[in-house]
Design a protein around this ligand. Sequence first.
Ligand SMILES: Cc1cc2nc3c(=O)[nH]c(=O)nc-3n(C[C@H](O)[C@H](O)[C@H](O)COP(=O)(O)OP(=O)(O)OC[C@H]3O[C@@H](n4cnc5c(N)ncnc54)[C@H](O)[C@@H]3O)c2cc1C
Length: 437
Amino acid sequence: MTAAPSSYRSWGGLAGRDSRVVEARDWVAHPERFRNPVLAHGQGRSYGDSCLISNGTLLDTRNFGDILAFDRETGLVTCEPGLTIAQLLDAAVPAGWFPPVTPGTAFVTIGGALANDVHGKNHHGAGTFGCHVRAFELMRSDGHRLLCAPDVNPGLFSATIGGLGLTGLVTQITLQLVPIRSTLMAQETLHFDGLDRFFALAAESDASHAYTVAWIDSLAGGRHFGRGVLFRANHASQPGPLRAESARSLPFPLKPPFSLINRATLAAFNYAYRLGQPRDGASRQVPYGPFFYPLDGVRNWNRAYGPRGLRQFQCAVPMSAAREAVETMLRRTHAAREASFLTVLKLFGDRPSPGLMSFPIPGATLTLDFPYRGARTDALLAELDSIALDAGGRVNPYKDARMPAQTFRASFPQWQNFSAHLDPAFASDFWRRVSAP
Ligand SMILES: Cc1cc2nc3c(=O)[nH]c(=O)nc-3n(C[C@H](O)[C@H](O)[C@H](O)COP(=O)(O)OP(=O)(O)OC[C@H]3O[C@@H](n4cnc5c(N)ncnc54)[C@H](O)[C@@H]3O)c2cc1C
């Protein structure tokens, strides 16, 4: 067992205090040998403190990622939890299969995707990652290994999908992949000039396209307020080459002593980004990598935020209140003179997740990224929380590093039912904060 080095940080730059690290396989063999509390840690692509445990032991799953079975006829794959989406793509794509749901980076583990029940650009049709999990094995700290499926240990099945790693260590997962005929994506780009147009375009696009997502120019004010670009795509229907794209990435070349993201650099970026997109209405075929994982080409791009890191805010609000709530949040951010580098807006669909604590609800989801500037950033995030909750919405736990217990409980009123399924030896810094009396 070793002290957790700095690589065990979350994507926002947080680290646990006095954490130890042990290989997850070693813990599986002898759970009684290690200091409790424990928490699984995948690739640390959660933004806040839900993947961290101070004064405890991280179970590192990165060397616990073999593919155990892959049926090329049915697309059913069984793997260990540390397999990354990038590694899954390497194995699945040449056989004509694709992950059923993927987040905006391929550098996450399957265990992490299950524990956070992640969503992708196809949520409106495919639901969350958990909708495609057929079964998994869960190891509890008392040494019991339990098969969980919709009809076997259904309570733990439901609590573990989106259960933030708090019900035990997932040691095997069986996932249904989706078939593809080509690695190309048939993508259309649509520019919109305000939120009304976004909501109309997104609803129309969700009916015709498997994948939709929009980028908002968060600095645009006045008559340009709410402008952005919507991308919609389907897997190309014409048979094409089935080669996995390289997941190699270049390192971010600097470790700047301050955030490179500020209003001036962001204004320049937004200008260049918008102009760099294809013209309104353009259709073209693009490789799946740049479509799904546009930031994966630069490893550790989060270093651009300097030593204080970044905070991400993501909320989901019901459709009836979505238009007004999104406008209020964007205006509030604007008034606070904060610069959000990646402002993403998407509609969630109504396919229910099997996960008890799954984040998405039918409606809209807004994501904002801020360089962390201490109390000033925290105050803005608290305001955004209130706007989301007042609209009947919720705040995403695995993007969060500071939400108070009241916000979490208002977001997830089912949290007490969930608590009945916790493993007593598992905890996270996030959970300590939001479950404190
Ligand atoms: C650039 C970028 C884009 C992103 N885009 C999206 C997106 O589009 N949609 C979305 O939903 N998320 C998105 N995310 C967030 C990311 O997908 C999730 O936080 C994901 O769960 C991280 O996986 P990980 O392997 O890094 O897990 P970690 O962050 O290390 O851990 C995540 C959680 O999983 C638990 N866990 C990990 N392995 C196991 C296991 N074997 N058993 C039990 N629990 C386990 C951990 O305890 C922790 O609670 C994005 C993140 C980044 C950095």
